[in-house]
Design a protein around this ligand. Sequence first.
Ligand code: FPP
Length: 237
Amino acid sequence: MSQYRNIPQHIAIIMDGNGRWAKQRGKDRSEGHFAGMMALRQTVIAAAQKGVKYLTVYAFSTENWGRPQAEVDALMELVCKGVEMNAAELCEQGIKVVVIGERSRFSEKVNDAIERITSQTAAGELMTLVLALNYSSRSEITAAVQSLAKRVAAGELQAEDIDEKTITRSLYTASMPDPDLIIRTSGECRLSNFMMWQASYSEFYFTDVLWPDFGEQALQEAIDAYASRDRRFGLVK
Ligand code: FPP
């Protein structure tokens, strides 16, 4: 149980700044991503211990395929390495891993790794770690619209019956609460095609910390900032 008050139930993170972190140290960008994976590991454990129930991380966007092939390959390799290095600890800690995004473009090796981590951790009850892989909000909404249009065409659903709940249930995040807090690292202040539907009432927190330097302390600072916010959801107090 958490000893802290006002813990967001769902935190989503745009992990940014791996490349700049590597550049500052004269290292290859892939080393920045590896350091980013280590920061993710620390952040996941810290979030679970603080009582966060869902942690979503933007690990690979649909736009990231446009990066140099060597970097895309390094990121794909990191998904496999991440599974290998962290599966046992995630199971031990009771952390369930789920993946959102379009998986058909991944190699068999990457899909096998995803399959392994999601099935091995399926019984975890402490926290759900949501990996957004080949994810973008526009492609998620497009896929939802297509599936609803097919149901209408098949006569299973009336167009007038489509409401916000129907759409929410058609997204990859159907079974999750909306993020209470969205964190973006590295000083960039934009959403970059991430959870645009789900972010309607999220609190935003931007920090200059580069993602590989993020961890327990930076997470606590974000949670403290969140705890001081006054969330009104369009209402008056
Ligand atoms: C953005 O930094 C980061 C990414 C595109 C990748 C995020 C990936 C990790 C943190 C690795 C661990 C996760 C998995 C499962 C693969 P950037 O490269 O855009 O940094 P820059 O803006 O400084 O160049």
